[in-house]
Write a protein that binds this ligand. Structure first.
Ligand code: PLP
Length: 393
């Protein structure tokens, strides 16, 4: 028996563990400290009532012979695929229900999709980055190269014709930087992918936070993207389904490589390794896109947006550079006074009793940067912003 040696190439992800340990140590020394957590990457608002009611009704159906559901379709129930297709259509984007594949979340899909591709592909990921893109490729020994995101490019790297990449990850609005691509910028990426025979893996998990009309909410808003893009999306950040687990990916009909339709390969993969997202959860997800569900979902997103505005307003007043916070729940700030990410972490904890996430944990280009999130209450976010303004002002 031989182990997968590629696991030895994974960097240990100490980031959130170290944040927890350092915060715990501080708390031990200062038991009365009123610490505010702005490092949370999980939603905190309760689920939309429409989703909970739909899940309750779906549970009740299971009590009856007629309503009982066992294994569902591997691709997801038609009612949910239609609802997702309708969600795109209301924004003027054409994605047919049969091109949508329901899953237990974007994270699983982002990792699982790699089953379709040979190990001998070069993968391009932005730095800093959502660590899943890197680790899932390192686990199978694929070569990973980086597109540097920095202040000069507004943390939105553009394609470089000199670089040869086969699989390209784009996350917009981005975790951790909160930066989001315009349609014009995405046109360049789609052009690069089509001319290089590359495939874009487009993570739209935070699309519901976009307010600026010049920014894309789906890669399929871009011409010719159906030939070179798979989109991943989720009910986690729009409807708060981080615990319920439901997402989807889109494999357009035009996505054909060497005569093989990627959607066929994906269905083959899913039907072999996955037995479908629970019926009850899919009913809840469907309700997120009902008229009532959309209003309730929008209220939750607006709640987080208000928090982001409070943090952004505080950084504006202090003249600190940041990205995100407008079309994203994340605020990516430059550490003040030339401090390193961890130095700033300690200072912020000690002087303001606020916890965030050091940027360098997301990649080398995150050095000297820091991520704050809007996933806390209005009261605590306002208090944190006030403390930061007072200390650094
Ligand atoms: N993509 C990005 C960029 C994320 O930040 C996250 C979660 O934080 C996910 C995907 C995971 O989404 P899901 O909960 O649907 O697995």
């Amino acid at each position: 028996m031989k182990l997968n040696g590629c696991y030895d190439d994974l960097k240990d992800s100490y980031l959130f563990h170290t944040v927890a340990v350092r915060t715990g140590e501080y708390k031990e020394k200062h038991p009365d400290a009123d610490i505010i957590k702005l490092g949370i990457g999980d939603v905190t608002r309760p689920l939309p009532a429409a989703c909970v009611q739909a899940m309750k009704a779906a549970c009740d159906e299971q009590l009856t012979v007629e309503g009982f559901r066992g294994y569902g379709p591997y691709e997801g129930f038609d009612f949910l695929r239609e609802a997702i297709s309708g969600y795109y259509a209301r924004r003027g984007t054409k994605v047919a229900a049969h091109e949508i594949y329901v899953s237990d979340g974007a994270k699983s899909d982002i990792g699982n999709i790699l089953d379709l591709f040979d190990r001998d592909n070069t993968v391009l990921v932005p730095d800093p980055v959502y660590p899943v893109y890197v680790d899932t490729n390192v686990m199978c020994g694929r070569k990973v190269i980086y597109a540097q995101a920095n202040r000069e490019n507004g943390f939105l790297p553009m394609p470089d014709e000199a670089v040869d990449a086969d699989l390209i990850y784009i996350c917009s609005p981005n975790n951790p930087t909160g930066a989001a691509y315009t349609r014009e910028a995405l046109k360049e990426w789609v052009g690069y992918a089509n001319s290089h025979g590359a495939l874009i893996l487009y993570d739209a998990a935070y699309e519901a936070f976009v307010t600026d009309p010049s920014l894309a909410r789906s890669i399929y808003e871009i011409e010719d993207s159906r030939y070179c893009c798979i989109e991943f999306c989720s009910f986690s950040k729009n409807a708060g389904f981080t615990g319920e687990r439901c997402g989807w990916c889109v494999l357009p009909d035009e996505l054909v490589v060497n005569g093989k339709k990627l959607a066929d390969m994906w269905l083959r993969r899913q039907s072999t390794r996955y037995n479908g997202t629970p019926y009850v959860i899919q009913r809840g997800a469907e309700a997120a896109f009902s008229a009532e569900g959309m209003i309730q979902t929008a209220e939750n997103i607006e709640y987080y947006r208000k928090n982001a505005r409070m943090i952004g307003g505080c950084l504006d007043a202090l003249g600190i550079y940041y990205t995100g916070g407008v079309n994203s729940p994340y605020i990516w700030m430059r550490c003040p006074d030339g401090l390193g990410s961890w130095e700033f972490f300690d200072l912020l904890l000690d002087k303001c009793r606020v916890v965030g996430t050091p940027g360098e944990g997301f990649g080398a280009c995150g050095k000297g940067y820091f991520r704050l999130t809007s996933f806390n209450t209005h009261e605590k976010t306002a208090e944190a912003a006030d403390r930061i303004r007072k200390y650094f002002g």
